[in-house]
Design a protein around this ligand. Sequence first.
Ligand code: CLR
Length: 409
Amino acid sequence: QEAQAVPAAQRGSWTSFLKSIASFSGDLSSLTAPPFILSPTSLTEFPAYWCERPDYFAAIADAKPGRDRALAVLRWFISTLKDQYTSRNEEMGSEKKPLNPVLGEVFYGTWADKNGRGVTELLVEQVSHHPPITAYVIQNKSKGLRLTGHNAQKTSFSCTFSFTSDIVNPLIWSCLAGSIIVKQIGHAVLTVTPTSGGAPENYLITLPRLRIDGLWYGSPYIELTDTSYIIGGGHVSTIEFKGKGYFSGKSHSFKSVTTPLPGQGGQGGPTETIVEGTWHENSKFSKGGAGAFHEVHENKEEVAPFAYADDKGMGEFETRKLWNLVAKGIREGDFELASREKSRIENEQRQMRKDEQAENRSWELRHFTHEASDPIYEQLGRAVKIVPPTEDMYVFKENWPAVFSSAAK
Ligand code: CLR
């Protein structure tokens, strides 16, 4: 039962790390993890996962309003999950602990115009450090598409396995083979504005729960659980996530049911559309349609970040500039460099907070304003009696920096 993926020299610190998460719940980002599990990427880069299939995103605008569009939104949503939740395993061998963004950290990037689908642009800002909260906007102006949202996480530890071989602290030891449960806090709203004029349409998207397994062996990976909703365009899609052995015996399974909202969008079509499959591979219709529904194709397109070296006025808070040496240290196995640089960044942050306090001012967000409740969430969420009934939101100030070509205009 050795943790094979853990380098021999780091086994002790991996076990202590597991003990600390087993006896802890809340904000995992604050825990110190052994070097082998560190990722050189900050969480501010994660919102880019929403659009690594820009063709599926653009297709939403081309779909007919009503059921067709609700299914196009669902298809795009499902097609983002592989990148969101399995790409670190593919690229780095397992899930890793991302860099914990500092307050005010930004990430700007773009997906080029291809096949006439228009430019898609991404703007991310870390709007809170403690707890970590990331806000973002993704926009394809020529298609009239905009996704805005924010996310935070609440983590807890679940004991799935029990053995009491350790006499000193059986409770803690018996939990080491457990899973981390990550409840995602926050939501996203997709707005489709018809380019021909007409009222914009909103889709509320809620986020699944994560279970991080494989901890004991030092090779964590994510399984999705629970339910996500997509509500809008007169329809509700209820997406249920299950692991191995529920729907199909396969991991990463899901089943989605799309129904028209009472009094809206009925239009003589099928009343219920059911789609089943695996979100990282493909799915097909099992009701209300026939054949393939989605397929995760090979040509994923990573966002092209605006290079900080080009001096585009992003300053010290551009994520890759800020974390440059920490990331270098992690990539090259120079953990002394990584931890020295990380401490430097953290100390600078602490000093900034102290100075603010001393001068009786607070940090001002660059691109967002915080609102206590989100009327779109409340209104659309009512259709599924959403819990909680309201959530806060970050409203984009519409201040696209000059580097953005189309969105700013
Ligand atoms: C962030 C929002 C993205 C989807 C996403 C994917 C992976 C999640 C990440 C979110 C939040 C932070 C996360 C990460 C996986 C592991 C990491 C939960 C939800 C935690 C903090 C690190 C755990 C440490 C072990 C891997 C050792 O849209």
